[in-house]
Design a protein around this ligand. Structure first.
Ligand SMILES: [Zn+2]
Length: 223
């Protein structure tokens, strides 16, 4: 089973991805991890990617695309869950072309939908518990709102990650994600059109719903 998952930062994509990965024994292929692996392994593509990442630039498609496609080719027989790629329309077209060439198919494309304002709040509202990073606390999500300044689970002290409060960085990532002309949403819609032609199923989910409800819907829809 091969699954492509789209969702902005803040949509809980990682959590839902883990669920699918476990249920179907899929390789979780995540573009950030591929970069890190190539860089630590000092591959030719890794050296190129490093230069861009270190100067705070986006890694260009001619480096990213071959890296990801290579990993897909060596994925487990159970299939893959691809996360963080394609990030733009160009990558989407290349991916589809490559899959067709290899006789590989996609079974499901999942889009986690969340408005830009809510996605940003969710990132900026995250708080980390000093006792356990897995204690969920978010000042903007009612179900997991901290007790004042303290962890809702254990009363531990809370802090925020600097990255989560970096509004410019969040906006930059969201500018790419929410771009319907050439960005990530354009890539998602490219696959949505292919789904309408009967190539695979495209599932849109409201990521603002309760996290358990999203899980249930996902597990029910994907068989
Ligand atoms: Zn705690």
């Amino acid at each position: 089973m091969n699954i492509l998952i789209f969702g902005p930062n803040g949509s809980g994509k990682g959590t839902q991805g883990d669920l699918l990965k476990e249920k179907f024994g899929l390789d979780h292929i995540e573009s950030g991890a591929i970069f890190r692996k190539n860089i630590s392994g000092n591959t030719e593509l890794g050296k190129k990617a490093k230069k861009y990442i270190e100067s705070g630039e986006l890694v260009p498609d001619n480096v990213t695309i071959p890296m990801v496609l290579d990993v897909l080719k060596h994925a487990s027989k159970n299939g893959w869950l691809l996360d963080g790629f394609p990030r733009n329309i160009e990558q989407a077209k290349q991916l589809w072309e490559d899959l067709l060439t290899d006789g590989e198919k996609i079974n499901y494309v999942i889009e986690l939908q969340l408005t830009r304002d809510i996605a940003k709040d969710r990132i900026m509202g995250r708080r980390l518990c000093v006792n356990n990073p897995n204690h969920p606390n978010n000042i903007f999500i009612d179900a997991i709102k901290p007790k004042g300044d303290f962890c809702r689970v254990c009363d531990g002290a809370l802090s925020a990650r600097a990255d989560d409060l970096d509004e410019d960085a969040i906006d930059k990532r969201h500018n790419i994600y929410y771009d319907e002309e050439t960005g990530t949403l354009a890539a998602a819609y490219f696959f949505k059109n292919l789904a309408e032609e009967g190539n695979f199923r495209y599932i849109s989910l409201n990521a603002d719903a309760d996290i358990h409800q999203i899980k249930e819907t996902l597990l029910k829809d994907i068989v």
